[in-house]
Design a protein around this ligand. Structure first.
Ligand code: ADP
Ligand code: K
Ligand code: ZN
Length: 444
C-alpha cells in the first residue's frame, strides 16, 4: 500500500474525517463559487447547518451541463493565477468540460494514482509503460504523476503507434502497463501476431480503465500479455483516473479513495440515495479539491457500492464495474440497452471473441439493432471457411447455430431482437490507442 494508514483507516475514523471535510467544503464553495452560493440558497441550505453525512441528501446535485454552462473557468474556486494545471475531458459525448487543479490538487492527484498503482501490484522501482494519451486528457499525465510519486520508472509513451509500443515493451522490459482495456487487447493481438509469447514478455500487471470493460476482455488481456490486470476508474471532473482501483489480490470491485472522493449511488430517475448493493448512478462529492470542488457530481455512470470488508485489508468502499453510462444508453424499440450488457452475454459463448460492434439504424419507424461479433480463431479454423458472409453462415450448420444462439441469448436477456452478423477474426474495430467506440448509432 502507498498510504497504509489512510487506506486501512477504520470506518468510524474515515467517517469522522469525511464529515469534517464535508463541513469545510460546503462553507468553502458557498463563499467562493457564486454558482454554489445561488444553488445552496435556492435549496435552502445554510452551510452552518451541515453536520455530517446524513445531511448529504439535502445538498443539490451538480451536472455536467453546469460545467458546460460555466465554460471555461466559471466554477473555479480560486483565482486563475492559483490554478497550476488545466485539463479537459475528451468530449466523448459533446463539448469538452474544463477542469483545473491547484498545486495541492496535483499532489492529491499523484497520491491517489500512486495508491491505485500500488493496489494494482506496482512497486517502487518497477517500470511503467504508460500508454494513456498525454495532453488535455487526464489519463497520461495522471498516471505519470502517480507513478513518479510511487517511485517507479515512467516511460511516457502515450497512445497509438502500436509498432513502437511493442518494440519498447520488448526492449525496455517494463513490469507494468497502463492503457485502455481495448488498447491492451490490440497490444495482446499484436504480440500474438508476431509470435511473441506472454511468457517472453516482462509485463506482470496491467492497469486498465477509461472505458467500460468486462471479464471477457480481462481474460483475453491477462492471457495475451501474461499479466494480472486491474480496473482503474476516474473522471476528469472529480480528478482524473485514480478515483478508485481494484486491489490485485482480490479483484472484487474497485476501492474508492473515499477520504478524498465521497461516493453515493442514487436512483437515476428520482435522485434518492439507494441502499448498498443496488445499481444506480454514481455521485461524488470532492472532499479536498481546491481549484474546482464539486458537490454531489452526477457522473452518469451506473454501478453499485459494497462496504463489506475486503481481504486485502483496505477499508475503503468498493464499487462494482461500470455497467454503463447513462449517456451511452441506447433506447432500442423503447428498451434501455447498455453495450456492456451485450458484451456480458458474449462472455458465456466460447465460440466468439471479445471484439464486437453494435450498429443501430432506423428502418422506417422501427429501430433495427445489429450486433457484429467476431468468432474466435480456433472456431474459425474449425469450420474451415475462408470468409464469413451471410450466405456462408446460412449454409454452414455450425455457424448458423452459433448465430441463432447469440440472437436468442440477447433476446432472452435484454428483451430486444438483434440481427447478429458473424465476423471473421480481425474484422471488428480495434483500438488504436485511446477509448474504443463500440456503438454506431446511425439514427442521430
Ligand atoms: P469523457 O467523458 O470525455 O470520456 P473522461 O476521460 O473524464 O472524459 O471520462 C470519464 C468517464 O470514462 C467516466 O465517467 C466513465 O464513464 C468512463 N470510465 C473511466 N474509467 C472507467 C472504468 N474503469 N470503467 C468504465 N468506465 C470508465
Ligand atoms: K468515456
Ligand atoms: Zn481490496
Amino acid at each position: 500500500m502507498y498510504q497504509p494508514e489512510l487506506e486501512t483507516l477504520p470506518r468510524e475514523k474515515l467517517r469522522a474525517l469525511q464529515e469534517e471535510r464535508l463541513r469545510r467544503l460546503v462553507a468553502y464553495v458557498y463563499e467562493r463559487v457564486p454558482f454554489y452560493k445561488k444553488l445552496l440558497d435556492e435549496a435552502g441550505v445554510d452551510p452552518k447547518g451541515i453536520r455530517g453525512l446524513e445531511d448529504l441528501p439535502r445538498l443539490p446535485f451538480t451536472k455536467k451541463s453546469d460545467l458546460r454552462d460555466h465554460y471555461p473557468f466559471g466554477l473555479f474556486a480560486v483565482p486563475r493565477e492559483e490554478v497550476a494545471r488545466i485539463h479537459a475531458s475528451s468530449g466523448t459525448t459533446g463539448k469538452p468540460t474544463v477542469v483545473g487543479y491547484t498545486k495541492n490538487d496535483l499532489k492529491v492527484f499523484a497520491e491517489v494514482v500512486a495508491r491505485s498503482l500500488a493496489a494494482a501490484g506496482a512497486r517502487p522501482g518497477m517500470m511503467l509503460h504508460n500508454a494513456y494519451g498525454y495532453g488535455l486528457f487526464t489519463g497520461g499525465l495522471g498516471l505519470h504523476g502517480g507513478a513518479e510519486a510511487l517511485g517507479m520508472t515512467v516511460v511516457p509513451v502515450s497512445g497509438g503507434m502500436t509498432e513502437r509500443q511493442v518494440l519498447l515493451i520488448q526492449d525496455f522490459r517494463p513490469e507494468v502497463i497502463a492503457c485502455t482495456p481495448s488498447y491492451a487487447q490490440t497490444l495482446a493481438e499484436e504480440f500474438k501476431r508476431r509470435g511473441v509469447s506472454p511468457e517472453a514478455l516482462s509485463l506482470e500487471y496491467a492497469v486498465l480503465g477509461a472505458e467500460p470493460w468486462t471479464e471477457a476482455i480481462r481474460k483475453q488481456v491477462d492471457e495475451g500479455l501474461g499479466v494480472r490486470s486491474t480496473n482503474i476508474y476516474g473522471l476528469s471532473e472529480i480528478i482524473g483516473p485514480g478515483v478508485a482501483n481494484e486491489c490485485v489480490e482480490e479483484r472484487q470491485g474497485s476501492h474508492i479513495w473515499e477520504d478524498h472522493f465521497l461516493p453515493e449511488v442514487v436512483d437515476p430517475d428520482t435522485g434518492e440515495p439507494l441502499p448498498e448493493g443496488k445499481v444506480g448512478v454514481l455521485v461524488f462529492t470532492t472532499l479536498t479539491k481546491e481549484a474546482m470542488p464539486l458537490l454531489r457530481y452526477w457522473t452518469g455512470d451506473l454501478t453499485f457500492l459494497t462496504y463489506e470488508a475486503c481481504a486485502c485489508g483496505r477499508t475503503h468502499v468498493r464499487m462494482g464495474p461500470i455497467l454503463g453510462r447513462t449517456d451511452d444508453m441506447l433506447i432500442i424499440r423503447g428498451v434501455n440497452v447498455y453495450p456492456t450488457q451485450v458484451e456480458a452475454i458474449l462472455l458465456d459463448i466460447p465460440e466468439v471473441a471479445p471484439y464486437y460492434q453494435i450498429v443501430v439504424r432506423r428502418e422506417g419507424t422501427l429501430d433495427e439493432a445489429e450486433l457484429k461479433v467476431e468468432v474466435t480463431e480456433a472456431f474459425f479454423r474449425e469450420v474451415g471457411q475462408k470468409a464469413l458472409s451471410d450466405e456462408v453462415v446460412e449454409a454452414d450448420h455450425r455457424l448458423h447455430a452459433l448465430r441463432e444462439k447469440i440472437a436468442r441469448r440477447i433476446k432472452e436477456t435484454i428483451g430486444v431482437s438483434f440481427k447478429v452478423t458473424l465476423l471473421a477474426p480481425g474484422e471488428a474495430p480495434r483500438s488504436e490507442g485511446g477509448k474504443l467506440k463500440r456503438v454506431l448509432d446511425l439514427r442521430k
